[in-house]
Design a protein around this ligand. Sequence first.
Ligand code: 5GP
Length: 255
Amino acid sequence: MLYVLMGVCCILIGVNGGWDEEVGLLKRGGGYQREFDYFKLCVQWPGTYCRRTRHCCSNNACCSRSNSPSVFTIHGLWAEYNDGTWPACCSGRPFDEREISTLLEPLGKYWPSLSCGSPRSCHHKKVPFWGHEVEKHGTCAYPVVHNEHEFFLTTLNVYFKYNVTDVLFKAGYVPSNSEKYPLGGIISAIENAFHATPEVACSGDALEELRICFYKNFEPRDCAHDTSSRGSCPRYVSLPARGSWGLRSNTTAAS
Ligand code: 5GP
């Protein structure tokens, strides 16, 4: 009886996660997860995100002004479907920071968390921002990305190659607490540089995220949805300079 139970257990574990080489699809929950269609690189503007900071903690880059650069930082590299949906939590491998020990310096600088809150992992545990991103999105980037180290390295490389901050600053869209910029101009600057239309997201009238989409070979392409619309943004947007956030205290409470 014990052997039968162990056998059933092993079959269930096998069916629940992982890649089926023969079928060419991800196994999930007794069924198959369709392979993703394209990538979406999401970068966030700290000057906007950090305006929501009310309390500080050591792992929130909004609170450590010295080390964090005034650039768009990475939110994530997402595996997407053309119909506007996306797969999530595609394999059972939990985040292991030891796998990215050689990348901690660039990740800390260019992929910091801008929040004190700990997101949930796919296993319902509290994890760092990186753990959430790789478990939820990175595991679904197979068969292009094969493991955690490759996911973070690939994302950093794409981020450096398609430097959104550089493009916007060179086009004159620089951080300011008084200027407003035409959203159409910002979108055009990205289109001219990368030959693909980005997605945008705002918080109030401030630009918060830019999302650049890629084919699986990392050639830029239009994002499948939202390409002709302004997303959550008004016609004129701000790009708040750092230092205008409402920091109140150095407590460890989450914000
Ligand atoms: P996602 O949008 O990637 O599915 O989820 C992001 C999760 O990470 C949310 O739970 C959010 O609260 C948390 N988080 C932690 N740090 C950051 C950050 O710097 N930016 C964003 N957008 N989310 C963060």
